[in-house]
Write a protein that binds this ligand. Structure first.
Ligand SMILES: NC(=O)c1ccc[n+]([C@@H]2O[C@H](COP(=O)([O-])OP(=O)(O)OC[C@H]3O[C@@H](n4cnc5c(N)ncnc54)[C@H](O)[C@@H]3O)[C@@H](O)[C@H]2O)c1
Length: 320
């Protein structure tokens, strides 16, 4: 067979690459560069724990909050409005949602209310279209609506399990698919998702809830990778893992050291969430230090973690 000079060169290069001969120098250089970049990133991160990233403005941003009628969602709506964002409140409870909107508008700030069941894909798509027509393109999406049923796995009926996963997890797919196209088109936007401390570690009597909150973390992590694929991407993601917040969602629990592990108020929780969003933090626990504790515990043997858990002795009792 007659091979021309180029074909010979390519074949030789390929065979040298396969044996690692050619690639060794550029890869060594790449590794050195990688180590250097990692070092710079670690230094930057240490610097940023001392001097936090400045908070970006949310003035004029159109912030959609699901489950805005009560608890954390309500506080988020009030605080975003105070920061001069245009707030779009969604809830299934009409009166509660109306109250939040009128509370905001009475203060001279801007808010709009819509009744939307986030588990209903058609309704989500239609309501986003209505919001875009009446208010404008959504630039901040906060997937907050959620429910909690506390009971053993075998006490949960099919309806319980489906509703928990539908509201806490599946709904995020529908809002994301409805809102992301415009964010991608304008290369501008921010998505915040509410997971939970129990989305970092499992708890008794919370199997479906934990599963739904772990799933939120996985969804946001994978979406982050999808968006990162575009090197110019400017759409930011934030996942929040709150400890118990005094909204009434989680009441039937006992803990050995209640003074050490105090409930967080919805006001403080909303402040932390907004601060994380405005600083483009990818994952944030409430309180902040618990993410570091969680990361350290991840390196411990499981049995050691069980010993610590048994010592702290937090128990969520069945609400059946
Ligand atoms: N409260 C806590 O201790 C705590 C802890 C960790 C995480 N979280 C998470 O934070 C989020 C908010 O919790 P919260 O304590 O403020 O809850 P909440 O019960 O006070 O408020 C939830 C709101 O969501 C609305 N909602 C429920 N189903 C809906 C649906 N299908 N469509 C639209 N709206 C719906 C409710 O009407 C309600 O207004 C939830 O995702 C929850 O899992 C809460």
């Amino acid at each position: 067979m007659n091979l021309n000079k180029n074909q010979h060169t390519n074949r030789d290069r390929r065979s040298r690459e396969e044996t690692g001969e050619v690639a060794s120098f550029p890869i060594a250089l790449e590794v050195i560069l990688l180590i250097l970049k990692i070092f710079i990133t670690v230094c930057e991160s240490i610097f940023r724990t001392i001097v936090p990233v400045p908070k970006k403005s949310v003035q004029g941003e159109i912030v959609l909050i699901t489950g805005a009628g009560h608890g954390i969602g309500r506080e988020l709506a009030l605080q975003y409005a105070d920061l001069d964002a245009i707030v779009v409140c969604w809830d299934i409870h009409e009166q509660a949602n109306k109250n939040v909107v009128s509370h905001i508008t009475k203060k001279g700030k801007t808010a709009y209310g819509y009744i939307c069941d986030v588990t209903n894909r058609e309704e989500v798509i239609k309501t986003v279209q209505t919001v875009e027509r009446e208010v404008g393109k959504i630039t901040v999406l906060i997937n907050n609506a959620g429910i909690l049923e506390v009971r053993s796995l075998l006490e949960h009926d099919e309806e319980d399990i489906r509703r928990t996963i539908e509201i806490n997890t599946v709904s995020h797919f529908w809002t994301l698919q409805a809102v992301l196209p415009n964010m991608i088109k304008n290369n501008h936007g921010h998505v915040v998702a509410l997971s939970s401390h129990v989305g970092l570690g499992g708890f008794r009597n919370m199997v479906p809830y934990c599963a739904s909150k772990y799933a939120v973390r996985g969804m946001m992590s994978a979406l982050n990778e999808e968006l990162r694929y575009n090197p110019q991407n400017q759409i930011k993601l934030t996942t929040i893992f709150p400890y118990i917040v005094s909204t009434g969602l989680c009441t039937n629990y006992k803990i050995r050291f209640p003074q050490l592990f105090k409930e967080v108020t919805p006001k403080v929780a909303a402040e932390c969430i907004i601060s994380a969003q405005r600083r483009n933090i990818v994952e944030e626990t409430i309180p902040e230090f618990s993410l570091t504790v969680h990361n350290i515990l991840q390196t411990f043997p499981k049995k050691a973690v069980y010993l610590i858990r048994d010592f702290i002795n937090i128990r969520f009792e069945s609400n059946k």
